[in-house]
Ligand binder design. Sequence first.
Ligand SMILES: *[C@@H]1O[C@H](CO)[C@@H](O)[C@H](O)[C@H]1NC(C)=O
Length: 425
Amino acid sequence: MLRRDLLVVLVTCVALVTARRSPQADSTEKWLKSINTRYSDNVFEDALLDVPDLIRKYRYPVEVHSVTTEDGYILELHRIPHGRDANNVPNQKKPVVFILHGMITSSADYVIMGPGRGLAYILAEEGFDVWMGNARGNYYSRRHVRLDPDSKQSTAFWRFSWDQIGNMDLPAAIDYALKVSGQERLHYVGHSQGSTSFFVLGSMRPEYNDKIISMHALAPVAYMAHNQSPLLQFLAPHATRIESLASLIGIGEFMPSNEFTASFGAKYCHDGSAFQPICSSIMFWMWGSNEDQYNATMTPVILGHAPAGLSIRQPVHYGQGIDAGEFRRYDQGSRLANFREYGSFTPPPYDLSKITAPVYLHYSDSDPFAHVNDVERLYRELGRAIKYKVPMATFSHIDFIYGINAKELVYDSVINIIKDYESTV
Ligand SMILES: *[C@@H]1O[C@H](CO)[C@@H](O)[C@H](O)[C@H]1NC(C)=O
C-alpha cells in the first residue's frame, strides 16, 4: 500500500515537473527522427505525427475545425467526413457520429491504432461522418481568446474540470458539427471521461438530449465509490488540498503532452527493448489494461500521443467523487466558496433523471475505473439505459480504445445499434 502511494507521488511529481515544458519540443523531434532512421518502422513515425497528419498518412480525408466555447476556450475538432475504401464518395450527407476521448488523452485515441483498428476509421468505412472532439486544455485545445495556458502569473486558464467540458465544450462542439454537416441530430460515443462529460451535459443542459439519436458510453464513469484506480484513490482524501497546493505554486496543468513520455516510449518501449515489459506493467497499473488485449508493439505510439494534457481539477473532481460517493459538481473547497458558486454549501448533484437521450452502457467486469457496482448504480439512476457487458471478463479500461479485439468485442455492437437507429429514421 505504502509503496503504491509512493509510486503515485513519484508519477505525480514527474508529471508536474514536465508540466512546464513546451509540447513536442524540437529537440525531441530531432532525437526521435534519429531513432527513426535506425528503426524505419511505422511505430516511430506514428508516434511523431499529429492527428491530422496521421490521418493523411493513411490516405483518409481529414478536416480540422475550431470552435470557441461561450467562456472563450478554442477547441480543435477533427473530422473524417467519409471512408477511404468504402463509402468514399465526398460531399454526401451522412449520419454524424461524434466521439469524445477520456481524461488524459485526445482525438488521437481513435486513430493511432491504425485503419481497421481505430474507431474513427472503422466508422468512416461504415458510412458515417466522424467528428472527434478535443476537450479544453489538451494538446489540440490549449487556447483561449484571452487567457494564457502558460501564464506564470495566473492559472486562470486551468480552472476547469470535466464539469465545464460537459457543460460548455460539448454544446459548442455538438452545435458546430451539426451546423457544418447539415444534420439536426447525431450519435455520441464517449470513452471514460468522454462519457462523464456527456452525463454532465444531459443533466445540466437537458435541451441537448433532443440532439442525440443514441449515446454510447464506453467504460461509463459517473459514480466512483468503488473506483480502483491507484492514482485517483490516492488523490481522493486529499483531492481539494492538492488542487489548492498546485495553484499556490502556480501549476494548473497536469500531465501535458511532453517530450518526456514521447522520448521515454521511443527509447525504452519499442519491440526488442529489454524494458518493454516494464513499460507494459506501468501502462496496466496506471490505466487499467488486460495483458492479452495489449499490443506492446504500439507502446511508443501510445506514449507519443498520451498524456495529452489536462487540468489538475479533472482528476481532483474524480477524487472528490470517490471521497463523497456521489456524482456531483466540483467542490470549491469550502462551504463559503461552494455557496458563492452554487448557492448551496455542498456541491449540487448532477440530476441523471434529466437525461432522456437513449444511453447504452458498454462496460466490463474488470475495469478499475468503471467498477461494475458503480455502473449498476448509474444504470439504475438513468432509469432507461441499456447495458452491454463486454463478453470477456478480463477486458479493462483502456482496452476499449487500444485493445486488440476492441472492434469485435465493442465497436461492432456500437455500430450495429447505430445502424438500427439509422434504418428506422
Ligand atoms: C500489434 O501492432 C503491430 C504494429 O501496428 C501490428 O503489426 C500487429 O499486427 C499488432 N498485433 C496484433 C495482435 O494486433
